[in-house]
Design a protein around this ligand. Structure first.
Ligand code: 5GP
Length: 204
């Protein structure tokens, strides 16, 4: 990927850590970033809108998207499928826009294989009790789903070591500030700037 491409940011973290809330706050805090909308076979929650929160798909349609290589990554998570539509992300990056994917860890590892230059951010809970109370407090999950999500959360936290940055979500506003600082620093990396100066030197 050349230096004129945007940054591919991948934000993961266990269920209940507040990825959705942080992403919603980031949309206001960093409106210049493009937020990828995932496809899923999960049923919409109350207030979720097709095409805004997710593209809600039947199993068959999701399988077709996998077969026809329309997904950049996909994963099964607590009985449902989730995946990132590839074309939109690639087009946005090519036009120099930064894109953020809010996805679980298996999918993030697939993205890492395909885009090793991506920036992998792990949103961590301050502690596990806090995590469970957030999943319960959301009021949208059955008891079985809460148990499953907590079990998955533990294995997800173990995946932290594969990420570039860890942002503890103790407060939404500070989590947003930290993410903004990371994006700013990544843009300032020498490798993303040196070609511009070399061109300038050639022109003099
Ligand atoms: P939820 O059902 O709570 O909306 O999402 C469950 C999990 O799926 C979350 O960890 C969320 O980040 C993840 N997820 C959402 N979209 C995608 C996607 O496109 N790909 C992958 N791999 N995970 C996703």
């Amino acid at each position: 990927m050349d230096n004129d491409h945007g940054l591919l940011l991948v934000l993961s973290g266990p269920s209940g850590v507040g990825k959705g809330t942080v992403c919603a706050a980031l949309r206001e805090y960093m409106p210049e970033i493009i937020y990828s909308v995932s496809a899923t076979t999960r049923q919409p929650r109350v207030n979720e809108v097709d095409g805004v929160n997710y593209f809600f798909k039947e199993q068959e349609e999701f399988q077709r998207m996998i077969r026809e290589d329309e997904l950049l990554e996909w994963a099964e998570y607590v009985g449902n499928y989730y995946g990132t539509p590839r074309r939109f992300v690639e087009e946005m990056l090519a036009t120099g826009r930064d894109v953020i994917l809010e996805i679980e860890v298996q999918g993030a590892m697939q993205v890492k294989e395909k885009f090793p230059e991506g920036i992998f951010l792990f949103l961590a809970p301050p502690d596990l009790e806090e995590l469970q109370s957030r999943i319960v407090g959301r009021g949208t999950e059955t008891e079985e789903s809460i148990r499953n999500r907590m079990a998955v959360a533990r294995t997800e936290i173990e995946m932290m070591e594969h990420y570039d940055y860890v942002v503890v979500n103790d407060q939404i506003s500070t989590a947003c500030e930290k993410i903004k600082a990371i994006v700013t620093a990544e843009h300032l990396k020498k490798d993303r700037q040196v070609h511009k100066f070399m061109k300038m030197l050639k022109g003099v």
